[in-house]
Design a binder for this molecule. Structure first.
Ligand code: 5CA
Ligand code: ZN
Length: 411
């Protein structure tokens, strides 16, 4: 697929700080240690209700990872998928009496526009599940051949993954059996499917059913299972042992546990990713933002209401990416006010020296993306500039450059 247009990221004078991030698997903040090319995969949208502010918050968090790595002189190979065939997409199309392909195309186009408006640096590879079917089919074939997968013996010969096949199952989420069972059932799994060897075994290839889209393949007609899509797209573009596998915390299990297990079984190597990084869930007025609750706020709706996307960006960044939090009208008002204040300060002819504020910004971001404190570092400089003033004629431009490069906010 075509990704959205890229934004230039200026170089910032001064000393970058290496990025440390919380790793779900290790349960602690660890340094990221990329080579010259940092490698990141972030789970993309299922295109039927993009882009709500929960999606936006998650992609902004990983955009900061991208930007901090760029600041550290790495190139970044960023890969993101689009789950353009899966049950939730088909269910929505059916409910709305719409063609699922058209629905997916429309929501993907909207997502691209929203990402561009929010100034998210695009992935190098933006890859749909449908266009990856040949790669997925080949991988299912390998898993069947190695004994990591089996076919259910009934009228629908679906292929399932033996969840223990990699020998490392459970290392990513660290969840106990009861928690795994609950999340598996809740998040797209099918524990009660007759003919499976174990309730936790995950679907790799769904044999064609009447009325469902399917693709011809050497496995027989069918369509891919969800977790393998991300395994294969990541593996074939980044290779095993890439730096960050990312997404929202609702993907910790089963999705990221199985994406890892599938790839590790395919290659016989370990681990799939060096860091598993998860953003908290955004809610609205205290409830998780989700389609079933009907409490979604869309980036496109706000754009339609002429809200400056930079105010949305600042509103979402004024909270820690790992904390579940709520979107409120007040957060947006505060984001807009902050944006106006910052813009006023960078218009000054001269201001207090900005080196210390930029150093603090870098320090805070490098510490597991502490955006709240990072924003406050800029606030402090802005307040001093607007109240006391200063004589450094370069300072406003330095702040403008740093805020652009590191926070993605254009002043
Ligand atoms: N296509 C799959 C991933 S392969 C998927 O989860 N799609 S999604 O459209 O449901 O979500 C897209 C991304 O946004 C995922 O990383 C998901 O974890 C994240 N996300 C979904 N809802 C929220 C929310 N309320 N708050 C924060 N992040 C969210
Ligand atoms: Zn995924």
């Amino acid at each position: 697929m075509q990704p959205w247009s890229s934004v230039p990221v200026p170089r910032v004078p001064g000393t970058p700080r290496p990025l440390r991030l919380f790793d779900t698997s290790a349960g602690e903040v660890k340094p990221t240690e990329p080579g010259p090319v940092a490698r990141m995969y972030v789970c993309g949208i299922t295109p039927y209700d993009a882009t709500h502010l929960g999606h936006a918050a998650t992609y902004l968090a990983f955009d900061l990872v991208h930007r901090v790595w760029l600041d550290n002189g790495h190139q970044v190979h960023y890969v993101q998928n689009v789950t353009d065939i899966d049950d939730p997409l088909l269910e929505r199309a059916e409910r709305d009496n719409e063609d699922w392909v058209v629905l997916a195309m429309r929501e993907t186009a909207l997502f691209r526009e929203d990402m561009e408006a929010l100034r998210v640096v695009p992935p190098a590879d933006f890859v749909g599940a449908v266009e990856s079917i040949p790669e997925i089919v080949e991988s299912v074939g390998k898993l069947l051949a190695s004994g990591a997968a089996y076919r259910v013996d009934d009228e629908y010969p679906d292929v399932y993954f033996r969840h223990q096949a990699s020998g490392h199952f459970g290392y990513e989420s660290n969840y106990d059996g009861e928690t795994m069972a609950a999340f598996f059932a809740e998040r797209g799994g099918d524990p009660d499917r007759a003919g499976k060897e174990h309730p936790l075994d995950a679907l790799l290839w769904r044999a064609a059913r009447d009325g469902e889209p399917s693709w011809e393949s050497e496995l027989g007609p069918g369509r891919p299972g969800w977790h393998l899509e991300c395994s294969v797209i990541a593996l074939n573009r980044l290779g095993l042992g890439f730096d960050v596998q990312g997404g929202g915390s609702d993907l910790i299990f089963p999705h990221h546990e199985f994406s890892a297990a599938h790839a590790e079984s395919l290659t016989g190597e370990f681990p799939f990713a060096k860091h598993y990084v998860h953003a908290g869930m955004i809610g609205l007025d205290g409830e998780k933002m989700s389609k079933s609750k009907g409490n979604l706020v869309f980036v496109s709706r706000l754009r339609g209401d002429r809200v400056d996307p930079m105010a949305i960006r600042l509103a979402l960044l004024d909270g820690h990416y790992r904390t579940d939090r709520s979107w409120t009208a007040d957060a947006l008002t505060a984001g807009a006010a902050r944006l106006a204040r910052w813009r006023q300060a960078v218009e000054l002819e001269s201001a207090p020296s900005a080196e210390a504020a930029v150093a603090e910004l870098r320090e805070r971001l490098s510490d597991d993306l502490d955006t709240q404190q990072a924003l406050r570092a800029i606030d402090a400089w802005v307040e001093e500039a607007l109240t006391t003033g200063g004589s450094d004629a370069e300072a406003p431009q330095l702040i403008r450059t740093a805020v652009d490069a590191l926070l993605g906010v254009e002043l």
